[in-house]
Ligand binder design. Structure first.
Ligand code: ADP
Ligand code: MG
Length: 414
């Protein structure tokens, strides 16, 4: 059974596959000849088109019916009675799926190509070959995989359905992750191409970003120039402006969720892992994040908003400057205590410029109201100096390896 089946009826608000819609101005993405079987088994042409994430069926007298494709299973099929083959695809779930027939294999492939970007696909093993493991997170394992069709490389995040069904909050996270990633289209955010589901797992097929995550990059580097930090910081804050425009809070900004594009420079990256992301329309209250990066208002159990991402960005910049965690500890508990107290020391960063220090202190301000917005952070004088001056200081990065990568936690942070 699909883990998405439960939310399907919730989202549709009805058990019915089709819903009436009188609109004429659907934005059509794709259209092609399609047939449906009548009760007597005869194929009848239907006027079907894909309109973004809706399938729209135009009936006589322009009575339109539509169905939302998000969370619905899309499955191609071939019926072969030995004499001739019929090609088609079904949409929906076991109890309420609909079959659509097309003229040939080629048309079917084109339909599936379009539908796969909005629905949930089934046959992962047939479409992709796993090459190796890339990384491990709290909610899944990420693999490098090759498309069997195009030989293109992708990263595939595999999530166990057992973990998803064991805890409703995990399902909610997965839904958010898919929903937000499908909405976002930005050069510094990994793109979600397809979602697959089989008996045991969910697979998110995303851009493969080959330069390793920022945690590994910092361990490898002996120096990180202030100019590169400035270029990186500006890009990360630009991504936050973009997320703000969709009212999305990431809530898990940290080194391991920032993927470096190449070995050639230390500032081109793609942000990933929207597993804890949330809509920031009202005051948020769920206590979550990764110890060492969490805005104190979350740990103090206050309501919070998108400014928590500004705080985590400040922590990331501190690490880039110093190679140290601002809130070190031998275990998660110790780290969380220091994280909540939020006392940042620059004892080990004597060569850090005053401007850089002030910039980090502003972003990691413990009181959210006094912390700058992303826009204000982007106007910090440190940027102007760094991006306009040729002289760039180097900073030693050597202590980070002593600390473990931070696991994310959802709820119950004490
Ligand atoms: P989790 O939600 O379990 O933390 P992530 O999406 O953060 O999962 O992925 C875990 C790790 O896998 C990352 O820290 C990174 O090292 C690696 N990884 C994730 N996505 C990609 C990708 N698109 N390309 C390359 N490596 C990736
Ligand atoms: Mg992660």
């Amino acid at each position: 059974m699909s883990v998405f089946e439960a939310i399907n009826t919730e989202i549709g608000g009805s058990e019915k596959f089709w819903k009436f819609d009188q609109r004429q101005n659907f934005q059509e993405t794709f259209k092609n000849k399609v047939y449906q079987k009548s009760k007597s088994g005869i194929l009848k042409e239907v006027n079907l088109s894909l309109c973004q994430n809706y399938l729209v069926k135009v009936g006589p007298n322009s009575v339109n019916k539509k169905t939302l494709l998000d969370w619905k299973i899309v499955e191609p099929f071939i019926e072969d009675n030995g004499q001739n083959a019929r090609f088609g695809f079904s949409i929906g779930h076991l109890s309420w799926s609909k079959d659509f027939y097309v003229e040939n294999q080629e048309t079917l492939d084109t339909w599936i190509q379009h539908l796969s970007t909005v629905g949930i696909m089934m046959d992962f093993e047939n479409d992709f070959s796993i090459i190796k493991e890339l990384g491990n997170g709290a909610f899944g394992t990420v693999y490098l995989a090759e498309s069997n069709d195009t030989a293109e490389l992708y990263a595939v995040k595999s999530i166990s359905k057992h973990d998803i069904t064991a805890n409703p909050a995990n399902l909610a996270n997965l839904i958010n992750e898919i929903k937000f990633m499908r909405k976002l289209d930005h050069p510094n955010i990994v793109k979600l191409h397809y979602v697959y589901e089989n008996q045991t797992n969910i697979y998110l097929v995303i851009d493969y970003v080959g330069g390793g995550d920022l945690f590994k990059r910092i361990i490898k580097r002996k120096v990180y120039s202030e100019e590169h930090i400035a270029k990186f910081a500006q890009k990360l804050l630009d991504v936050l402006i973009y997320l703000n425009s969709f009212n999305i809070v990431h809530r898990d900004l940290k080194l391991e969720n920032i993927l470096m594009v190449s070995e050639e420079n230390d500032y081109d990256f793609k942000l990933t892992d929207f597993g804890l992301a949330a809509e920031a329309t009202e005051g948020l209250s769920l206590r979550c994040g990764s110890p060492g990066y969490i805005a104190p208002e979350i740990l103090r159990k206050n309501l919070y908003d998108s400014k928590v991402d500004v705080f985590s960005a400040g922590v990331i910049f501190y690490i880039l400057f110093s190679g140290r965690m601002p809130f070190p500890g031998r275990n998660a508990q110790e780290i969380l205590l220091r994280n909540r107290d939020c006392k940042i020391s620059f004892l080990h960063q004597q060569n850090l410029s005053k401007l850089a220090m002030t910039f980090i202190l502003r972003l990691t301000e413990p009181i959210a109201n006094l912390r700058p917005s992303v826009k204000e952070a982007l106007n910090d004088p440190w940027f102007e100096k760094q991006l306009n001056s040729a002289a760039s200081q180097n900073h030693l990065v050597s202590k980070i390896g002593k600390f473990q990568a931070c696991r994310k936690i959802m709820g119950n942070i004490s």
